[in-house]
Design a protein around this ligand. Sequence first.
Ligand SMILES: [Mg+2]
Length: 233
Amino acid sequence: MTDHTEPTEQAEQAAQSGRARGAARRTWTRVAAASAVTVAALTATVTPSVAVAAPADAPRTAVTAAAAADVDYDTWQRDCRAVMDGALPYLKERIADRAPGEKQAIVLDIDNTSLETDFGFSYPQPANRPVLEVAEYAQEHGVALFFVTARPGIVEAPTEWNLAHAGYESSGLYVRGFLDLFKDVAQYKTEQRAEIESNGYTIVANIGNSATDLPGGHAEKTFKLPDYDGQLS
Ligand SMILES: [Mg+2]
């Protein structure tokens, strides 16, 4: 993925991509209606901790890896909010200090970071509210959001739609291609951040919940959400 465009071109591209998303949404609605079970199965491929696909309207705590981890939804949300309560003031300060011409970006993991994967096992998955609130502040103040996930390319389109449906205005989604599946996840994610930087962005924050989301540099600051000793993907 490359993007060397200027802000005005970005605005036009964003408008176009918004239209494209609208079209994709209509298409996806039809696909989802026809094959909800298939969608659940595809999503399950990226949430290996969930062995059995739950019905789309399952309660959040019904079939979840988190339940197995003895972590309830309220605890998880409180723990996420505590981290994001530290991220927002930093972000506000960093945006206020933006250098002329600087293109600021935030990198986000998806599962159990941007979306409620293990607590919201349905499609579409709901946003993880504390993270969405920080992301909304960012996107409303000209900071680009990039999503770097270990999800495989096969679920790129439904993932992109899910992020938009949840309220995220994505400037780019990085999923793992075939060869990436053989790489260390932390290395793969680091390479994507380097790619984002090479496109002219300054990554002011990298937000994730797994140990593989954050090492390797290429971000001014990292924010670690809970994974409860690896029990949340
Ligand atoms: Mg994750």
